[in-house]
Design a binder for this molecule. Structure first.
Ligand code: NAD
Length: 370
């Protein structure tokens, strides 16, 4: 049928050494960038996304148009749809799965806890089942989160640190994902790598994240709320630019071992790895705001408030020596440089109303992405 032909074509790598990668969450922020980067280097890519309305679906559709233009076919579907996954894995022999579909965001769990279980627990199991049952079992790389470090107060966070004190339901489902992935590795010989992302930001970012809605509100002259911990403790994040994270994702795919299906019993057993992908330089939220004021040339109306108990932690800070050693991961973008690119995109997308120009193509298209 039509979708099968499209999926097969899209999954075909340009060279023999290229991978065929299924990217879940391909219309998401990180998924868009990863899909395009994989396609550009010659891998075959098929995307999957359910286009849920957690945030602006118009933005997801615009990202899809961009991914389409790069030559990646994106299927609209849910990772919980076992029939769809079975058909897809019968149609295409994926060498790798880059699993980025999830219910993201920390605070939304207070409104819709089930969406986290649906996508991050049930959906992940459904995807792992499809990988396990595939004729050729793909290697899996997926996004965990720095949130698993939870209420741990030891900085910087290293992979060996405890992760038994989640501060949010989001964190709990990401932690559950790590345990589930480990089990599939152990029992079924799937090769699985988890990447703990640290506050990823950049063009085509997520409207529910602070740097994004601060930009929006500062431009509108609206007051922004800045939270601080007890005794005026600074809230800080290890902001990591999306291109750096994409490089880490590609390196994790490149170094992933083959799934063996031997349940990890034989020599050369499938691997289970977890890596931090951060920037190693936490920035206080007030500093973030100061950079945005400078780039937007607008003074923010700030209101400093005590941090509510909504699942956010005080600070994050990655130790990335393991990823550096084993993946060659080396972030190169500081916050101001990365935000400059974000702001340029934001203004173009939301303010100058030239959307249609780059969605159609031509000279206006995607210059900031090249
Ligand atoms: P995103 O919300 O932009 O992307 C996720 C995409 O997955 C969305 O397009 C959504 O429609 C899709 N999706 C959600 N549930 C689905 C389902 N059940 N079936 C099919 N598609 C589904 O988020 P993002 O920022 O691109 O994050 C990508 C991954 O990285 C997520 O796993 C997220 O938890 C993780 N992560 C992100 C950050 C960050 O700062 N952006 C930090 C830590 C971890």
């Amino acid at each position: 049928s039509n979708w099968e032909v499209k999926a097969r074509n899209s999954a075909r790598p340009r060279s023999k050494t290229g991978f065929s990668v299924l990217v879940t969450g391909a219309a998401g922020f990180v998924g868009t960038h990863v899909s395009i980067a994989l396609k550009r280097r010659g891998d075959g890519v098929v995307g999957l996304d359910n286009f849920n309305n957690y945030y602006d679906t118009g933005l997801k559709k615009a990202r899809k148009a961009l991914v389409d233009r790069a030559g990646v076919y994106v299927i609209e579907g849910d990772i919980n749809d076992a029939v769809l996954l079975r058909n897809l894995f019968e149609t295409v022999h994926f060498t790798h799965v880059m699993h980025l579909a999830a219910q993201a965001g920390v605070r939304y769990a207070m409104q819709n806890p089930n969406s986290y279980i649906h996508s991050n627990v049930n959906g992940f199991v459904s995807l792992l089942e499809a990988c396990k049952n595939a004729t050729l079992q793909p290697s899996i790389v997926w996004a965990s989160s720095s949130s698993v470090y939870g209420l741990n107060s030891k900085v910087p966070f290293s992979e060996k640190d405890r992760t038994d004190q989640p501060a949010s339901l989001y964190a709990a489902t990401k932690k559950a994902g790590e345990e589930i992935a480990h089990t599939y590795n152990h029992i079924y010989g799937l090769s699985i790598t988890g990447l703990r992302f640290f506050t990823v930001y950049g063009p085509w970012g997520r409207p529910d994240m602070a740097y994004f809605f601060f930009t929006k509100d500062i431009l509108k002259g609206k007051e922004i709320k800045i939270f601080e911990g007890a005794d005026h403790a600074t809230v800080a994040r290890d902001f990591t630019y999306v291109d750096d994270v994409v490089k880490g994702c590609l390196a994790a795919l490149d170094t992933a071992k083959k799934s063996t299906g031997n349940g990890g019993k034989k020599k050369g057993a499938a691997q289970f790895r977890i890596y931090n992908l951060g920037n190693t330089s936490p920035v206080p939220v007030l500093k973030l705001v100061a950079i945005l004021e400078k780039l937007l040339k607008v003074k923010a109306k700030k209101k400093v408030l005590p941090m509510p108990r909504n699942g956010d932690v005080l600070f994050t800070h990655a130790n990335i020596s393991l990823a550096r050693k084993e993946l060659g991961y080396k972030p190169t973008t500081d916050l101001e440089t990365g935000l400059k690119k974000f702001v340029k995109w934001y203004i173009r997308y939301y303010v100058s109303k030239k959307k249609s120009a780059w969605l159609i193509g031509g000279n206006e298209s995607g210059g900031w992405m090249r």
